[in-house]
Write a protein that binds this ligand. Structure first.
Ligand code: PMP
Ligand code: GLN
Length: 395
């Protein structure tokens, strides 16, 4: 569909791949291992704190920057987990999800003609907003199956017009956790080209196998040039709440807050109080989340491999990438394969080609594993049935 009066970025049809496959799953009754959202595990006390705030506290506009309790909780969380000193009053802002935080950051800094370096495969909200700001996307492709960053390739993407780099770590859809060496390489180039970094770190607490997560803002030299973005949706399995947060030095925060004031202005106060409570939960909650999810990763990875898919490693997020080579029909690409699985096998997944600007690989699909063991088991049984194989038992 084309609407010639609209801005070119939005004139042409095209709905986000997550909605496309979720709608198809709803219509067909497929189990939805496509769009990333948990079907369990919301911490009851976080919901109770929000419910109490809804009935007992104000439901009018909260302060534009967010309620002080949540801004202080974001700063305390940064100190507790990363040893970062953050001024809650000057360096934290609450947004309507990480999506709004990303859009506000991009719109605030990217001027017509500016270039923004991103990593491919790339989360799908970045490029349209960069282009709407008049910017140019400079994707740096990370090669499957290891997704290792080559510093020379990254250096070649930087130039005099580079305004920003967007890093998603841990990375959707690859499940990659950037190494200290890769983060240092990014920091070196940001310094050299005086570039700001937008660090999409929504999966910061979904890091497995005792890997340590380092926020980009904590890498030497990056404190004053990084906008760090988090999301309660991921950390508390509450994706429908759409509560996000940005942490950045005051001179970066200024323009972003002036953008946020005209995008959403603010975010529901009751939910903000709930998230403030959540960020104060004991360490055990955060460790438990990662432990629970990594067990699910293992379960699904093992089962998918048993069916005949080649499954990539996953160090973080709640996504697994699988190579469809062993099971695709001749000429069937990732999108056709994902459609078939959704319609015929009754299990939705996401074609990874949707995460590329052009010339994508067409042999990879993404499965989401943040589901109950019963649902994962049923999904695997359906897949096994479709492909005529007995589903492997969980490890
Ligand atoms: N960034 C990445 C990499 C994501 O996977 C998501 C999906 N939830 C978001 C941003 C958006 O987060 P939110 O739902 O808080 O807007
Ligand atoms: N982040 C989610 C995913 O990657 C989707 C969020 C959305 O649908 N906008 O599956």
């Amino acid at each position: 569909m084309t609407e010639p009066r609209a801005h070119p970025v939005f004139a042409h049809g095209g709905t986000t791949v997550f909605e496309v496959f979720s709608a198809l799953a709803r219509d067909t009754g497929a189990i939805n291992l496509g769009q990333g959202f948990p079907d369990h595990g919301e911490p009851a006390e976080v919901i109770a704190a929000a419910a109490a705030a809804l009935t007992e506290r104000s439901n009018q506009y909260p302060p534009m920057m967010g309620v002080p309790e949540l801004r202080r909780a974001v700063a305390a969380h940064a100190r507790r987990f990363y040893g970062l000193e953050v001024d809650a009053a000057a360096e934290v802002m609450i947004t309507s999800g990480a999506t709004e935080a990303l859009a506000a950051s991009i719109l605030a800094f990217v001027r017509p003609g500016d270039e923004v370096v991103t990593f491919e495969p790339m989360y799908d909200s970045y490029a349209p907003v960069i282009r709407r700001a008049g910017g140019v996307v400079r994707p740096v492709r990370l090669p499957a199956p290891d997704w290792t960053l080559d510093e020379a390739t990254l250096a070649a993407a930087f130039g005099p017009r580079t305004r920003a780099i967007i890093l998603n770590n841990p990375m959707n859809p690859t499940g990659k956790l950037f190494s200290d060496g890769e983060l240092a390489a990014i920091a070196r180039l940001c310094e050299k080209h005086d570039t700001i970094a937008i660090a999409d770190e929504v999966y910061e607490h979904l890091v497995f196998d005792n890997h340590a997560f380092t926020p980009l803002i904590a890498v030497p030299g990056m404190r004053r040039r990084t906008l760090r973005i988090g999301s309660a949706g991921k950390t508390f399995s509450l994706t429908g709440w759409k509560v996000g947060y940005i942490t950045a030095a005051p001179d970066l925060m200024g323009p972003v807050s002036r953008c946020h004031q005209f995008l959403t202005f603010t975010t529901p106060p009751g939910l903000q109080y709930g998230v403030a409570h959540g960020l104060g939960l004991e360490d055990g909650y955060f460790r438990g989340l990662a432990a629970r999810m990594s067990a699910k990763r293992d379960r699904l990875a093992h089962a998918l491999a048993g069916i005949g898919l080649t499954v990539n490693t996953c160090a973080g997020t709640y996504f697994l990438i699988a190579d469809i080579g062993g099971l695709a029909r001749p000429g069937e690409d990732d999108t056709a394969f994902a459609m078939r699985l959704t319609r015929e096998a009754g299990v939705a997944c996401i074609p990874v080609s949707a995460f590329y600007e052009k010339d994508p690989p067409r042999n990879l699909v993404r499965f989401c594993f943040c589901k109950t063991d019963e649902i994962l088991g049923e999904a695997v049984a359906r897949l096994g049935n479709h492909f005529g194989r007995k589903a492997a038992a969980a490890p």
